[in-house]
Design a protein around this ligand. Sequence first.
Ligand code: 4AD
Ligand code: MG
Length: 428
Amino acid sequence: MDFVHISEAIKKGSGKVAIRGWVYRERKLKDKVFLVIRDATNIIQCIVSNENIAWEDANKLLIESSVEIEGNIYEDKRAPTGYEIKVDKLNVIQFAEKYPITEDQSPEFLLDNRHLWIRSRKLTAVLKIRSTVFGAIHEYFRNTGFYEYQSPIIQSTQTEGGSTLFEVNYFGKKLFLSQTWQLHAEAGIFALEKIYTIAPSFRAEKSKTSRHLTEYWHAEMEGAWFSFDDVQDIGEALIKHIVGKVLEQNQIELKILGRDPKKLEPTLKKKFPRLSYTEALELIKKKFNLKLEWGKDLRTIEEDKLSSLYDTPIIVTRYPKVVKAFYMKEDSKDSKVVLGCDFIAPEGYGEIIGGSERESDQKKIIQRLKEIGENPKNYEFYLDTRRYGSIPHGGFGCGVERVISWICGLDNIKDAIAFPRTMLRYNP
Ligand code: 4AD
Ligand code: MG
């Protein structure tokens, strides 16, 4: 008999089926063994009775043993997924050793055993949503005329500030892991005009927060001729597309995670509010009596307060030049601010997109580099993009795990990726 996935067996609902997978739960009674079997698609309860030739094997099975099962499926409202299989044949592929993960383990223990914990219902659901999110990003950009393009991971300069750079000993030379694809992407638009990538970015973040990884997946786009408004419009359309796809394809997983899909629906339906940094400060002061000096970057507390006022992501624009990266374009109406924007997710999930229109004036970039203590000589290739056919352009970067955390309603960003990397977590 051909094996089918558990979801297909349940869809069939009656008659003979053959499934294979792993023992998710087992309960041994005097005359019956209840086995809950899981595969990538679902779980199902299977019953072996003492008249069955498989009785002896069934009694030896421990959690995560791998098995093939043939039997009759029928509806049973009491079973965990509403159906049950009466086992005719049980073929044990491997009798598992005693599984180290039992109920009520500490988060640290589960992280130490991450290679096993990814089999859990919770992480399996997150990983399925993650797959949808990656697919949706590719789909969005490809459907709107972007080329997929790659920047090097090993780079010779910083882009997003020296404090979060990871050094690489490169044959005795000090080089760095990529914080962003951006500088090389800005070179790429002169060939392809509209480009995107999904690649790992690295940040030596010493902070232990629920939002920071040291290795995260970064969806970035860059486009020739893009204005500051274009950057915001594309970011908003991308987030809407991702959320739409998850709502379309992952209702079951959202349910497993206890995530109310209604929380995500406003993001699809409403336009994201756009407000300037200065307006954001005024709003926080008025609503929460929280004062932040103009010129200081928004901290977690300000971002969280701000996001609590809305049920969609919001776009904060025109930050003070001093808190933003050297490549952001100066606002022609106010030289103290730059045409940069951050998308802040609802429910306190923080910044999910950072983007800007880029400074096209070579002299201004050189000036800014000097101000932050960088030697413009090290950025010669980048400055060439402003020497040979410089054009208005812009782009953004989206932290994919931040988006997944928010969509799934996770407590910690570590659960948005199979094998998280933080300052203290690099195993397994
Ligand atoms: O705001 P950031 O630093 O912007 C850039 O890197 C730009 N060069 C992107 C561009 O314009 N092409 O990072 C972009 C996004 C943030 O908004 C956040 O969502 C995510 O990357 N991010 C992180 N996600 C997880 N862990 C970290 N340590 C992150 N640091 C940034
Ligand atoms: Mg940022």
